[in-house]
Design a protein around this ligand. Structure first.
Ligand code: HSE
Length: 379
């Protein structure tokens, strides 16, 4: 199998290194903006060199971003080339167009590394769906945010120090605000929901609250109440409607989520017959992510593409209610719903996810986190 790599950054170089000793997969071309010399592959700045070379059967897109990545992928599909990508922003944005195109051109497509880095989450989700009704997907899906929250909680470092370490370790996106504002997690929730439930949605109806405003004083409050904060995604079928959101969420220190360290992810599904299944592993970094790209390449050597094209359109309805920790601003709406205070923060009575996110959207400096359902918080 002859592949062309689009991009030679953190992941692209990892794929190149992992494939090098294999005899079944060969990287013959690399598209890269930098001047680069590789011993066994042609390096080009021009995508047409790859598109027009009929010896290349598979395009591995690891450049990231929407454009020109999507333009290249689209052209490659139309030219009949198979596609592997780790680009969650692109897949989340263009899924509804991408999948019918894949089917129409009868090519193979996989994007396992797009969600969960080194975890075979999407591959397994596809398998689970064969004989299971999935009720809920989500969890800790961003290695950078988990690294920051874990470092603040266990090592007492500041938010800025932890973010800089995560960037240095190659976990963060080119623009780290994508990580800390929850956008990367949002992309991964959209793709997971597309695959798990066979649905498409107006993704801009999914509310997101990230971790950029968290302070050491918040972490200290959580610790003193026996809690630990994680950035969590939720996609859930409830009756006929679909709820979906991304928000900081508090867990008791004895819950499995609280134990997830550094750049690790913990992604969970709940099925009607299998119950809870959780997938744990490194969610970011060169080799974990490259590993799943190589797994997708190997699947292609067995002619195995994936994902159903059936995309039932669903509306998002976040009317489920929970209590929240809120710090950074106040007004009469919040005061009327405050049942106690923790330091400078308000603890609300149960309010709907939709209401809470709409309120937070008015105050850019607010930090909020959902409280756990159990009532035995240490006071
Ligand atoms: N920036 C992402 C993360 C990389 O931190 O999880 C993997 O998708």
């Amino acid at each position: 199998m002859k592949i062309a790599l689009l991009g030679f950054g953190v992941v692209g170089r990892g794929v190149y290194e992992l494939v090098a000793p294999r005899s079944d997969i060969q990287v013959t071309h690399v598209l890269c903006r930098r001047d680069l010399t590789l011993p066994d592959a042609i390096v080009t700045h021009d995508f047409q060199d790859i598109l027009l070379d009929s010896s290349i059967d598979t395009i591995v897109e690891v450049m990231g971003g929407l454009h020109p990545a999507w333009d290249y992928v689209r052209e490659a599909i139309l030219a009949g080339k198979n596609i592997i990508t780790a680009n969650k922003a692109m897949v989340a944005e263009f899924y509804d167009e991408l999948l019918p195109l894949v089917q129409e051109k009868n090519i193979l497509f996989r994007c396992t590394a797009a969600v969960g880095g080194g975890i075979g989450w999407l591959s397994e989700l596809e398998r689970v769906r064969r004989c299971e009704t999935i009720r809920k997907v989500g969890g800790i899906m961003n290695g950078t945010c988990n690294y920051i929250l874990d470092s603040m909680t266990r090592h007492g470092v500041t938010y800025a120090e932890a973010l800089s370490q995560a960037q240095h370790l190659g976990y963060a996106e080119a623009n780290p605000t994508t990580d800390v504002d929850g956008i990367d997690t949002w992309h991964k929730l959209i793709i997971s929901s597309n695959v798990a439930f066979g649905v498409s949605m107006n993704k801009h109806q999914i509310p997101v609250h990230g971790i950029r405003n968290i302070l050491a004083e918040d972490v200290a409050q959580f610790r003193s109440h026996g809690l630990c904060c994680k950035l969590v995604s939720t996609g859930q079928m409830q009756g006929g409607h679909f709820c979906a959101y991304v928000q900081p969420t508090l867990f008791y220190q004895d819950e499995i989520e609280s134990t997830v360290p550094t750049n690790y992810n913990l992604i969970t599904l709940e099925g009607n017959t299998s119950g809870r299944q959780s997938f744990y592993g490194q969610g970011a970094g060169r080799y974990p992510t490259a590993y799943n790209v190589v797994q997708d390449c190997i699947d292609f050597t067995h002619n195995h593409g994936f994902y159903s094209v059936c995309q039932r359109k669903v509306d998002i309805c976040n009317d489920n209610r929970m209590q929240y920790y809120v710090r950074g601003s106040s007004d009469s709406w919040l005061e009327e719903r405050t049942v106690e205070t923790w330091g400078k923060a308000a603890i609300t009575a149960p309010v709907s996810v939709e209401e809470m996110h709409a309120w937070c959207a008015k105050y850019p400096n607010v930090f909020m986190a959902a409280l756990p359902e159990r009532k035995d918080i240490q006071c």
